[in-house]
Write a protein that binds this ligand. Structure first.
Ligand code: SF4
Ligand code: SF4
Ligand code: FES
Length: 872
């Protein structure tokens, strides 16, 4: 650490960082705009000025930008110096000349970094009396709103969008003294991480268009710490609600997982919670009924029938465990398709046995050579793609280090690197959105992808099973071997055990980290919890071993072919379903129980990293919606801690899940943690429009959070942070004040607990079953799944913004015999689908892609051989 003098007091600062970083880490209120912990410094806005002195005898000093000055040993600066303070106030006055002062109608108002910095810099009187520069705003699609007049030209947006996220359809367009930040023409922002502009932009230029539809100020919302439900990565979120409507999702910083950023599916997929297709009351035989009648019906069926339960990879551990307890472990079935359950089971065996270890998302950013085998990560596990766009900078960063350019000096580093990219090899059935930063790509059928993986492993270690040379194998092996932090990424997307085993062989051969993607938010948790195969549930009903089935948050038509599910549901005497939204399975149910979404319940998901993370109820619904585990729990479980205690006892390997967050009894100085921010107005009566006698806020027996603004003002443990706010810091930039060091871990440690680590440091033997090379067939196609960030996920498809952008179901082929857009009949896996064709020259010969997860292409097992024909 370096000793730095700030206004004649000594502070220890990280010498590899700049003074702004050091000052903010020590809690100084030093304003800034263009700097961001994830983007580094460019010195564009001049807002972070301080006065620097040569030594203790220097009384004049000079103005420097703290974000552009290293926190070197012995540095002397003053923040309070009158010239420095006047400089900062002058800069913001200049920035505010053209700013519209439309805070009362700006969605950013009250949580705006520009407002905070204006107050912090002391600019409090407006002298400018002339016309303001104005712009035409653009329609950027259904997710992000554009109001360009609010721009202060800090350049953060384009630096984030282009340099960090790899987008190329947003730019700065300049003419004389006018700079416009937007697209070259109106249109949907193409980058899958565009929603982060909402938090990156320090003003109200880019705001959340989904929030606009049901706007509420930050201080009028109540928040809870949550976990994204739209893929298996477990990004941390804060969810905000008012008057029973979920208003928005913002990023919840977790240094080890998502850092500062979410993907657009995760940020904007929340609106399914507000869908008109939600169940708000129990439905018995097609008619709404009371909770008492529904419970009586449930109890009768359990008492009088032979009941089985089907769990769900999108339901919490607690909900799955409650169902397992209700029906008994022998009658509890996995809610995943058999093949998927088997593959995820294999992945977990590999990770738990060792020696390879699964990395955190942050560690992925730090890897300097990466081999992706079989995964379209942008569409399956989006946040990994953003991490990989940072990892490809790791190896070239050595150039900057050799030139002694501080790594936080963003323009200097980028000039030195000249766009150089590190090593990223992508082997997938079709081209992916990350190919633009790949060193080399290889597109092939799953069996050939596996063969490439086996060949790479053999090139790395001759003890790994051998295979004839693949041209790319030697190059990939050399790159991984030379790397300091090699990484292999694979998963279930190709539905190929050989691909998973080949990836494991590579990781074992080079002692690389191994990251497996998984399909849904709690796929890993549900697998750890166990359950018999789904097909056995079908058999149990068909063979008369059971007559009643309880289905937990699961549309079975997405798990198995229609005909199988139809006959199963028909054969069951009683079908009881718990779910959020109407779907083909709930249509067949005798009784539907309205299940709380992540926003109306508490629970735990286990991410693909193996991290158990708790999400908390944001609001108490004004209807019969309740957490699934509450519908199913035995009488002697009273709250979430009781469920967790019972689960730890029944399944000791899941005992660590209890540590994912503090128990309900946790208090800070005897106080709970408020879900609502202190209101600027001081108004506490949220329901004054209905009745001025404000009712007592609901109790929360399940968590240390209160449903009000009453509680401790202190920083809670990371798992319990409902929103980021500190005095003077009303925007999301308040995150800085919760970290040990700006950009680093949260004080007290980041949220979540990893519940498995590799058992052994050495010794897993190599997998040896190498599939034969793929042989195309005459007149048939190998149909492989193609994933869509907007469309393949079930729940986010019910969010209007995501639905508008969702891919349309189609079949993709590489042949010129078919015409783009023409309708064809695709026959596979026992079904026939009429679909439009897309021509994709990147697909290998004999291989066609089918949209995954988009109705009607659900419930079919892919890859599968099929036929594509023009309709007669
Ligand atoms: S649009 Fe926002 S982020 Fe971009 S330059 Fe303007 S103020 Fe900065
Ligand atoms: S990457 Fe996955 S977990 Fe993260 S925000 Fe996106 S959908 Fe959610
Ligand atoms: S934050 Fe330092 S110049 Fe912009």
């Amino acid at each position: 650490m370096a000793t730095v003098y700030v206004d004649n007091q000594t502070y220890q600062m990280n010498p590899d960082e700049n003074l702004l970083h050091g000052c903010l880490s020590h809690g100084f209120k030093l304003p800034y705009f263009c700097w961001h912990p994830a983007l580094g410094s460019v010195g564009a806005c001049r807002q972070c000025a301080v006065k620097q002195f040569k030594d203790e005898h220097d009384v004049h000093g000079r103005i420097v930008m703290s974000c552009m000055t290293p926190a070197a040993e012995g540095t002397r600066i003053s923040i309070a110096d009158p010239e420095a303070a006047a400089f900062r106030a002058g800069v913001i006055e200049g920035l505010m000349l053209n700013h519209p002062h439309d805070c009362p109608v700006c969605d950013e108002g009250g949580e705006c970094h520009l407002q905070d910095m204006t107050v912090m810099a002391g600019h409090d009187y407006r002298r400018y009396e002339f016309d303001k520069r104005t712009f035409r705003n653009q329609n950027l699609g259904p997710l992000v709103n554009h109001e360009m007049n609010r721009c202060i030209q800090c350049y953060r947006c384009v630096r984030y969008y282009r340099d960090y996220a790899g987008g190329d359809d947003l730019n700065a367009f300049a003419s004389r003294d006018t700079v416009f930040f937007g697209r070259h023409e109106d249109g949907v922002l193409e980058n899958e991480f565009s929603g982060n502009l909402v938090e990156i932009c320090p003003t109200g230029v880019f705001t959340d268009k989904t929030l606009k539809r049901h706007y509420a100020r930050k201080w009028d919302q109540q928040f809870a710490p949550s976990v994204c439900t739209h893929c298996a990565l477990g990004c941390n979120t804060d969810a905000g609600e008012r008057y029973g409507t979920l208003r928005r999702i913002v990023n919840r910083y977790n240094h080890e997982v998502n850092g500062y950023f979410l993907c657009d599916r995760g940020r904007f997929g929340y609106e399914f919670v507000n869908s008109e297709h939600r169940f708000r009351h129990p439905v018995l035989e097609g008619r709404p009924t009371s909770v008492a009648l529904a419970q009586r019906h449930l109890r009768e069926k359990i008492a009088n029938g032979t009941v089985i339960g089907i769990g769900s990879p999108r339901a919490s551990l607690e909900a799955n465990f409650a169902l397992r307890t209700l029906v008994g472990p022998d009658r509890f079935y996995s809610g995943m398709a058999d093949d998927e359950a088997r593959l995820v089971g294999r992945m977990l065996e590999i990770l738990r046995r060792g020696p390879v270890r699964t990395p955190m998302l942050r560690e992925i950013e730090e890897c300097d050579a990466v081999f992706i085998l079989g995964e379209d990560v942008t569409n399956v596990a989006p946040r990994i793609a953003l991490a990989l766009r940072q990892s490809v900078r790791q190896q070239p960063m050595e150039i900057a280090k050799r030139l002694k350019i501080p790594l936080w000096m963003d323009h200097g580093v980028r000039d030195a690197l000249q766009g150089a990219k590190g090593l990223l090899y992508i082997a997938t059935p079709y081209a992916t959105r990350l190919d633009d930063v790949a060193t080399a790509t290889f597109h092939a059928a799953p069996d050939d992808l596996a063969r490439l993986g086996f060949a790479v492993a053999h090139a790395l270690d001759s003890r790994a099973p051998s295979l004839e040379d693949f041209p790319l194998a030697g190059e990939i092996a050399r790159a991984l071997k030379a790397a300091k932090k090699p990484l292999v990424i694979s998963g279930t997307s190709c539905a190929s055990e050989a691909v998973i085993q080949a990836a494991a062989n590579v990781a074992m051969a080079v002692k690389a980290a191994l990251s497996f993607t998984a399909p849904e938010c709690n796929t890993v948790g549900a697998t750890l919890l166990g359950g018999n195969p789904l097909s056995d549930a079908f058999r149990a009903i068909r063979d008369g071993h059971a007559d009643t089935v309880i289905i937990l948050e699961n549309d079975l038509y997405r798990r198995a072919p229609d005909s199988e599910v139809d006959s199963f549901l028909k054969a069951a005497a009683h079908v009881i379903v718990l779910d959020h939204l109407a779907n083909p399975t709930t249509e067949k149910a005798e009784l539907v129980l309205p299940a709380g979404t992540f926003a109306e319940s508490d629970g735990t998901f286990v991410s693909s990293e193996g991290r158990a993370q708790r999400y908390f109820q944001v609001f108490v619904p004004q209807n019969d919606v309740s957490a699934s585990w509450r519908w199913l729990k035995p009488d002697h479980w009273h709250d979430l801690d009781d469920v967790l205690a019972a689960m730890s006892e029944a399944l000791p390997e899941l005992a660590a899940v209890r540590n994912a967050a503090p128990p309900a009894a946790f208090r800070i100085a005897g106080a709970k943690i408020p879900r609502s921010p202190q209101r600027e107005s001081g108004r506490t009566a949220m329901l004054a429009n209905i009745n001025v006698s404000e009712p007592k806020p609901p109790d929360d027996p399940d968590s240390p959070l209160s449903f009000s603004m009453e509680g401790t003002p202190d920083q809670p443990p990371a798992a319990l942070i409902p929103f980021f706010w500190s005095p003077g810091w009303n925007s999301i930039q308040a995150t800085n004040t919760y970290q040990k060091e700006v950009g680093g871990p949260l004080r007290g440690g980041d949220a979540g607990v990893r519940i498995f680590e590799p058992a052994r440091a050495n010794g897993q033997s190599y997998f040896s079953v190498i599939p034969p090379a793929f042989e195309p067939r005459d007149g048939e196609w190998l149909l492989v799944p193609m994933y869509h960030i907007f469309g393949s996920d079930e729940l986010s498809l019910s969010a209007p913004g995501i639905a508008e952008l969702a891919a349309k179901p189609h079949v993709a082929v590489n042949t010129g015999d078919l015409t783009e857009g023409a309708e064809v009949e695709v026959s596979c896996a026992g079904g026939t689908f009429r679909l439009p064709v897309r021509i994709r020259p990147d697909l290998p010969p004999g291989v066609a892609g089918l949209s995954a997860g988009l109705p009607p292409l659900v419930g079919i097992t892919l890859p599968a051989w099929g036929k594509i024909a023009r309709p007669k």
